[in-house]
Structures are given as C-alpha cells and as structure tokens.
Design a protein around this ligand. Structure first.
Ligand SMILES: [Zn+2]
Length: 250
C-alpha cells in the first residue's frame, strides 16, 4: 500500500464536531489534555498542556476525542488526563483511559493499515521513526512503537524508563520471556542503562548479551538486540528489546 492516505485529518474531525483546541497559558497546568464538555451556548473544547511535540499533541487530542465519542464516557467526568493516562493499557491503569487510548490509536493508526506497513520492518527506532513521520501516520515515536508492538509478529518488548526506573512495559504477543518490570531499575548491562549514563541512543538494533534483559535460568539459543530512543524532555529512555530465536534464522 502506498496511496499516501494514512495520517487522519484531526482538524477536519474537530471542525465537524465543533470542538475548539486551546493550549493552556499555564506552563504546567496539571494535565496533558482535558476535555471540556459542551454546555448551552458554549461548544466543547480540548485544553492542552503547552510545549507538546506535534505527535504527542495529536495523540492527546485523539485521546480526548475518545472521551467525547465513546458512549459509556458520556455524562462521566473524565477529568484531567495526564501523561500516565496517555499510556494506560501499557501499564494497566484506569479502564476508561485505556478505552480512550484504544480509540486514539485506532483513529491515528488503523490496525489493518498499520499492520501492513509494519510487516517486514524489524523492531528498531529507525523503522518506527519512518512509520511515525509526518507523511506516514504523523504520530510520536512512542505512539508508533506501542502500536508496532501490538501488531508485530516479532518477539519484542517496548520498555519505557524514567530516571533509570522502568515505568511501563508492552510485550508483543510472541514475546514469552520474563524481563524486569514496572518499578525495577533498568538492567545494568542494558543499552538503556548506558543511555542514562550519557551514551548516545541507537535507533538501530544493537546486539547484546541476552542475560542483559532476559530473566532466563538456562542459557537458551537466542539472540538479543536493543534499540534505544532518548526523550530528554521527559527524562525518559525507550528501549525496543528484540529476541531472535534459533528457529527464526532458518
Ligand atoms: Zn483520558
């Protein structure tokens, strides 16, 4: 597929719904995004925290559109949605926030279309970056990586750590290995640790000792690769941890 029609027209949807998007003048308003439901004589609005990258901003808007449109969210105060709400699902979290994220992911990266584009791409942030580009899905690399892990046939995990501590982990369906979990420090031998220590992140998948990430008791015939992405503004490092087992080489 290369018809170019991938990024959805959020502005068109907002205009159709008569929803105005307003950026907060307060630097840290306490939310990432917030839906203001319509009242008589006043249309609905979406308030956004300032300084969000274009991709994050699009996901934040799509998430609030989820709260606006999902029937079971009607009449319920969904409140202020923070950064953790925008990734609810990857780490459990409130069901309504997960539903809003599912809505946003499907709106911005329709599963059927995205699966076709992800096929044949290895788990690394160079490939993810191509999917996230403005002329593709026009989303953040975090959002594209989360969607990739949902649809890929590769055995991989997306790990998000802040200040050296794992915040959430999303595994692909074929990733059957135990790895450190939420609240654990990133492993000492991982590339993520090296990035926290000041080394450059690598968007290409680099090989490393499987024991660096995998909690396996016996050495298994697998190869491990890790690609990293630093997000300094949020003190985060994302890792794509990819396991290739012997059978995959045949
Ligand atoms: Zn929300």
């Amino acid at each position: 597929m290369s018809d170019g029609a991938r990024a959805c027209d959020l502005d068109g949807i907002l205009a159709g719904d008569d929803i105005e998007v307003v950026e907060s003048e307060v630097r840290e308003p306490g939310y990432t995004a917030c839906l203001v439901r319509p009242v008589p004589d006043l249309p609905a609005g979406i308030m956004l925290a300032p300084d969000q990258s274009r991709g994050r901003r699009r996901f934040s808007v799509a998430h609030e559109l989820g709260h606006y449109h999902i029937p079971t969210h009607q009449g319920i105060a969904t409140g202020w949605c923070g950064d953790a709400d925008m990734t609810a699902g990857a780490h459990g979290g409130n069901v309504r926030e997960q539903e809003a994220n599912d809505f946003a992911a499907e709106l911005l990266m329709p599963r059927h279309l995205f699966s076709q584009d992800a096929r044949g791409r290895d788990p690394n942030f160079r490939e993810i970056g191509e999917l996230a580009q403005r002329d593709m899905y026009d989303v953040s690399r975090t959002a594209a990586a989360l969607r990739y892990v949902e649809v890929t046939q590769s055995a991989c995990s997306l790990v998000c750590a802040r200040d050296g501590i794992i915040e959430w982990v999303a595994k692909s369906k074929d990733f059957v290995y135990r790895i450190p979990w939420r609240g654990d420090p990133v492993p000492a031998e991982s590339h993520a640790r090296a990035v926290f220590n000041g080394e450059e992140a690598s968007e290409e998948a680099e090989p490393l000792d499987p024991y660096a990430w995998l909690e396996i008791e016996q050495r298994q015939p697998v190869e491990l690769f890790e690609s990293t992405l630093a997000i300094p503004r949020q003190s985060q490092v994302l890792s794509l941890v990819w396991v290739v087992s012997e059978g995959d080489w045949v």
